[in-house]
Design a protein. Structure first.
Length: 525
């Protein structure tokens, strides 16, 4: 426009027009540079916020790994690797930016309009048409970060892997309107103003922090989702008491309980009926369960109390334990009773066993005249002083604060009639045959035939009769001299009688026995 046959005036006008266009271009360039600078500042602010979130995440994850190592240790180690790789690349890029900014006066750090020269990165990254040593280092750092992160996450998160490959893979680029592929570093950094390149580097730092945040968040969500899988739960039956009675309303509840290894408490403080339980001896942790290994104890209800203590955010959180179980006696014999044989005898201690199914002996109370408890379920009934022919035993069992009464009536019988004996023989079926001299020395006795109690009877007197002679009263259990005199006058083959025998129980002399049957003795000489 300034050449040819134009007049000097036209030439001047054209020159001024060119200057005007140049000034417009210069002003536009300054606005673009300022826009890059403002964008860089905004991205820096976003990077600071993302950094804070990532640091808080790492701190929280470290606490969880301490609280629940089985659940979070592996995740924490992966997060540390991702964090280390991200910090290394971020610090390297920050070093490139700081080297760039040293080429301008510090007072012009925020004057984006003077940061228009491409010289620093062109000289740092490129050597002719090839990458310089520093350019290769930049490329290796980017690709090394990509490979390192993909090695940590594997094939678990395909969308994140795709994003990492795109942002840090440095694949060759075909610029718009061209058909030839060019190196990604050349495409993004060669010939660009300093502020534009600085903004691109800040954007890479933002990509690093964003990818880091996405990986950490996704890994934690995956771990939490795995923990919440229904396969990690089991159904448990929760009941307010350990035993129920026939016909009683069952008010239990079915609840879900965690059964995976990651729910192991940090420690447990448990007692069984007040006795402290020791880990490894009395219980172990298996699959989220506290597996007990204790003796079930005596029949009755037993209480397990205490706390399971978990660490949450570095603080101990106790979970109360207050459960009970019931122990019943092992069946070792059948209960068989004759309905017409509920009998107790006067004059003797009748042993009895009194208990109630499902109720510990300590919670069973029995009462009746003449009834005393020995220990546990063992009792003694002595109805000697009862005038009637029956005695009613009342029993009350108590469990969970509820009383369950019961009773049973027993017939009272006297000790059956004793049988007289001589020399221990009762003459059943006929007289006892013995010599005269033997009778003189023998003792008169009494015994209870086919009686369930082994009672000892002591004869205190009797009457002795020889046919044709007066009856002789004898004290004690042997023939007196008068009785022996009468015996001498008896003939061979004659039968003498011992009758009106009196005796008493050796352990209960106050009890009056029934009349004792007589003994007949046939003399053999």
């Amino acid at each position: 426009m300034a050449g040819g046959t134009l007049s000097p005036r036209q030439k001047m006008i054209n020159l001024m027009y060119l200057v005007f266009i140049a000034m417009l271009a210069l002003n536009m360039s300054k606005e673009v540079l300022s826009a890059f600078g403002l964008l860089d500042a905004k991205i820096e602010e976003a990077n600071v916020s993302t950094d804070k979130r990532n640091n808080a995440f790492m701190a929280n994850l470290a606490t969880k790994a301490t609280d629940e190592p089985l659940k979070y240790n592996d995740l924490n180690n992966k997060a540390k690797t991702v964090n280390s790789l991200s910090n290394d690349l971020n610090n390297y890029i920050e070093g490139v930016k700081q080297g760039m900014m040293k080429t301008i006066p510090s007072e012009d750090a925020d004057n984006y309009e003077v940061q228009d020269k491409p010289d620093y990165l062109d000289g740092l990254f490129f050597q002719g048409d090839k990458l310089s040593k520093e350019g290769i280092k930049f490329r290796d750092n980017m690709i090394g970060y990509k490979n390192g992160i993909l090695g940590v996450i594997g094939d678990e998160y395909p969308e994140i892997s795709k994003s990492i490959e795109k942002q840090f893979g440095l694949a060759k680029i075909t610029p718009r309107g061209k058909k030839i592929e060019v190196d990604a570093i050349k495409h993004h950094f060669e010939g660009f103003p300093m502020i534009a390149s600085k903004t691109k580097l800040t954007q890479i730092q933002n990509n690093i922090k964003t990818i880091q945040n996405e990986i950490l968040s996704t890994m934690l969500q995956g771990e939490q989702a795995a923990s919440l899988k229904m396969s990690n739960y089991s159904t448990l039956l929760e009941t307010p008491k350990s035993a129920y009675y026939s016909g009683e309303k069952f008010d239990g509840a079915i609840v879900l309980g965690r059964v995976d290894e990651t729910t192991k408490p940090d420690r447990a403080e448990l007692t069984l009926d007040g006795r402290k339980l020791e880990e490894g001896t009395d219980y172990t942790f298996e699959g989220g369960r506290v597996v007990l290994n204790v003796n079930s104890g005596n029949p009755g209800e037993h209480k397990i109390e205490g706390q399971l203590i978990f660490l949450e955010d570095g603080k101990e959180t106790p979970v109360e334990v207050n459960r009970s179980f019931a122990t019943i006696s092992r069946p070792n014999s059948a209960t068989i009773s004759a309905d017409k044989m509920n009998v107790v005898y006067r004059g003797v201690d009748n042993p009895m066993t009194i208990s109630m199914d499902g109720v510990p002996n300590s919670n069973v109370r029995a009462s009746a005249p003449g009834l005393t408890v020995k220990s546990g379920s063992s009792y003694v009934m002595n109805p000697t002083t009862i005038k009637g022919r029956e005695v009613k035993i009342n029993v009350t069992g108590t469990i969970d604060g509820n009383s369950f009464p019961s009773s049973k009536t027993f017939r009272i019988k006297d000790i059956p009639r004793p049988t007289g004996t001589i020399r221990g023989e009762d003459g059943d079926g006929g007289p006892v045959r013995m010599q005269r001299q033997g009778l003189e020395k023998s003792s008169i006795g009494a015994k209870l035939l086919d009686f369930d109690f082994d009672l000892k009877l002591k004869v205190t007197g009797f009457s002795f009769k020889v046919a044709g002679q007066p009856t002789i009263k004898v004290s004690g259990n042997k023939l007196s001299s008068q009785a022996k005199g009468a015996l001498k006058r008896a003939k061979r083959g004659e039968t003498v009688q011992v009758f009106d025998i009196t005796a008493k129980l050796t352990n209960n002399s106050s009890y009056k026995l029934k009349k004792i049957s007589p003994v007949f003795i046939e003399l053999t000489n």
